[in-house]
Unconditional design. Structure first.
Length: 135
């Protein structure tokens, strides 16, 4: 396994998208890789891969285990695309957030770009990012 969580996540995502024939919508690290406790000698890498092929979206919309608000399901796919666009434009979430004069401006832009992202979600993200950055 690659010791860098980001590189490993991208390898997993690429393999998943290739195997399923779907378009990659987003890749998200979870656990110690984002919370600061990652240790390459003993940590695993938790990865969430979002693919947005029509079959996956339809399957999610019809899955009885999922809250079936079709607008929220589609918003999740669109929000993942926005994150990829941010990464493409800024290189990292850290650089994106640093491009704003303050947290209020970052919050406003995040809510403008995203669907179904309210104040609580934005502030949790900003607080998590500040903790990760060391702020």
């Amino acid at each position: 396994m690659d010791t860098a969580p980001e590189r490993y996540a991208l390898k997993v995502a690429s393999a998943t998208a290739a195997a399923s024939g779907s378009q990659l919508a987003g890749v998200y690290l979870h656990g110690s890789a984002v919370l600061g406790g990652f240790d390459a000698r003993r940590s695993d890498v938790d990865v969430l891969v979002v693919c947005d092929g029509p079959a996956e979206i339809a399957a999610t919309e019809n899955d009885p285990r999922v809250i079936r608000n079709k607008a929220k399901i589609r918003a999740t796919v669109q929000n993942a695309r926005e994150v990829l666009a941010i990464l493409g434009s800024y290189g990292s979430i850290r650089a994106y957030l640093a491009s704003f004069p303050d947290a209020h401006a970052a919050s406003a832009d995040m809510q403008r770009r995203s669907k179904f992202l309210g104040d609580t979600g934005v502030w949790r993200l900003l607080i998590s990012a500040a903790h990760d950055i060391g702020g």
